[in-house]
Design a protein around this ligand. Sequence first.
Ligand code: SF4
Ligand code: MSK
Length: 656
Amino acid sequence: MAKDKITSKKEIPTNILTGCDATQQMLAKARQDGVETAFDRAANMKACPIGADSACCKHCAMGPCRLNSKDPYAKVGVCGATIDTIMARNFGRNVAAGTASHTDHGMAMLALFREVVEGHNKHYSIRDPLKLERVAESLDIEMEGKTTEEVAVALCDQLEKTYTQVEGEIPLVKLAPKATLETWRKHGVVPRGAMREVMELMNRTHEGVDQHYDNLVTQCSRCALADGWGGSMVATIISDILFGTPVPMAVEMNMGVLKKDQVNIIVHGHEPNLFESMIASVNEPALIQAAKDAGAEGLNLVGMCCSGAEMMVRHGIPHAGNFMSVDTVLVTGAVDAFTVDIQCISQGLAKVAKCYDTPMFTTNPRCHIEDATHIEFEESDPQACTDDIVIQGISRFKNRTKPIEIPPIVNTGVHGFSQEYIGYMLGGSFRGSYVPLNENIINGRIRGVAGVVGCNNARVKQDWVHVELVKELIKNDVLVLQTGCSQIALAKAGLTSPEAAVLAGPGLAEVCETVGMPPVLGIGACVDNSRILLAATEMVKTGGLGDSIADLPAAGAAPEWMSEKAIAIGQYFVASGVYTIFGVTFPIIEETKFHKLLFGGLEERGFGKWGFTPDPYEMANMMIAHIDKKRKQLGIDKARERVLTDMADRRSIDAA
Ligand code: SF4
Ligand code: MSK
């Protein structure tokens, strides 16, 4: 199902490669400078069609075996593996890798949390004790007579089971709607612990172990749920408790946030603790003075990708761009220190950084890159690393040799709609409630809810699929929740500001204008997709929209996905009951048994299902048709008479 758009060896016009104006300008400069980017490599290296169909197995040394014939059932691997087994095993390894990435991130956050709450690390503290209490209460942790620290230690013990437990159910699944949990129990997919699920999936995808695609998909679901309702959810919870739960704030976005007369420091990756420390470093008076002594106006800290997404929703730190803009931001010549931690740090960045004399720093023991300087980030002395990087950035500023060109584009959006804040925003600041959201869905002003998330991919026009899809959805009164690089695409297109309500359909626009919110709600990084699961859970628990997540008039999409984490996320949304559509390509052959299971069979069992199309308009139609199907099943397909809700009505809804 591969749909490569960029396959020519010719120099492709930059406006075909990206919908981001700043990236276009910098791509043109890169070409003048003779610097190669990921866009060039994608144009000159066609994706392997056999791999794109997932028709290749290299799980043992009798292969690699390629089942590339017109009839996928005409051949089997040397061991006899069928196309369904091979595709399911490949898919399973994607799910295992994606789950491992999120859970390793979450486990690192939990280890820091334990150090803090046990008093061994004084550099961090609990910034959101209310969130701590809320989560502890939801997990039935006894709080009576306990200090905040004692509750935190008890919570830490509970959450650790998410990773290390070998039997039983991970703790956070009890937050899911009862009917959703019952579906999981019925089909044996409630995760025990993430380590166990990843380990078992890796074993079962080994040569000669699990050779039934259906049984493999069951373990894919169990493993992915250990990510969505486990590793990822814990990472978000701990980040909120330690660094604060996001609330909406205006954020500047795009490459114009770089400043020619300042020392520009970029942080790119995924873990918030490095970035938090960098914030402390750029606010050190001695370092600010050092920057001024070097002739700079000051220190300018800027985020990219998901590190940036976390920091803009907590601190309003400016954001320079998403995954496919990271090469080109270096082409500005304005980046004085380029700092990374883990995930989505492409190796090619080191070469581009070198071309512009930008020092690139890796900081995490899990991610070293040849040609980058490694300065290990130690949580026991965090600023040792980040101060050093700032000092080296100042030195690069002082000795700048390359001409600087910064695209003069800055967009402003409002981001930081955590699932808690959505309740406060719609239901009142004293007692958050999803009742008004549900009411507006039931009365038809809001047709349904869509999660549009995920990456950029060098094989499609950057940002274009995200933006066109979301425009179609909001035009049809679908409220859109966003994470990761997708929300950055929409922010650059100006759709995360309240003024974008004019692009929404009349019902959604009315709600947005009443509340003062954008029709597109940016809620965090890609690891924060668990916030969407919890928002969906709140909608179910609030009532009137069915008993399980699968009943909701909702759908999800990752229109420009590229990473294995995206596959894990997609599978945990599908297993949670959500119709989830991917763009670009999907590693599967249509009309095989494995395809029929993923794209239909799972839904018949009470889960969600997968969908695929590279076309944003078709994707919107598929999502809206699904939302309408769910509205019909719920009996809310006939638009209700629209009645303005006054305060008395609001109080009676709240009291219900
Ligand atoms: Fe080929 Fe089977 Fe080995 Fe895969 S496991 S490479 S299909 S022989
Ligand atoms: S950074 S996983 S490209 S969203 Fe999270 Fe962006 Fe996708 Fe990486």
